[in-house]
Design a protein around this ligand. Structure first.
Ligand SMILES: [Zn+2]
Length: 114
């Protein structure tokens, strides 16, 4: 018998960035499944994690966008499993994980061509 259900999507990227800075400090990486920062306790990505990620991916902003989208997926899955009734909205999750990242389309395209 053939099933028409799609399989479970594979896991997203490992949440191991940004690297610790300074080198021996606690890393500003997410503590799962709550997705708070393991160094400072704020919702991840905390301001320091954002700063370090921007620096770490300065030469490869596309990789940062892909990484953030993967973690958005992982965090959404964790937080909905943890608290299905009280999980953040998709808009809030997108704003928290992706919207601050490097690739945002300007409201008006530069040059204003047609
Ligand atoms: Zn932090």
């Amino acid at each position: 018998m053939m099933s028409h259900q799609l399989g479970q999507p594979p896991d997203g990227p490992a949440a191991e960035r940004p690297r610790p800075y300074p080198r021996h400090a606690a890393p500003h990486t997410p503590l799962r499944p709550m997705w708070c920062c393991r160094a400072c306790g704020q919702p991840w990505p905390c301001p320091m994690a954002r700063l370090l990620l921007r620096s770490e991916y300065e030469d490869n902003p596309i990789s940062l966008s892909i990484y953030l989208c993967g973690l958005l997926y992982e965090a959404t899955r964790d937080l909905y499993r943890l608290n299905p009734a009280g999980a953040p909205s998709p808009t809030d999750m997108f704003t928290r994980f992706v919207a601050w990242g490097p690739h945002r389309r300007p409201i008006v395209e530069p040059g204003g061509g047609c």
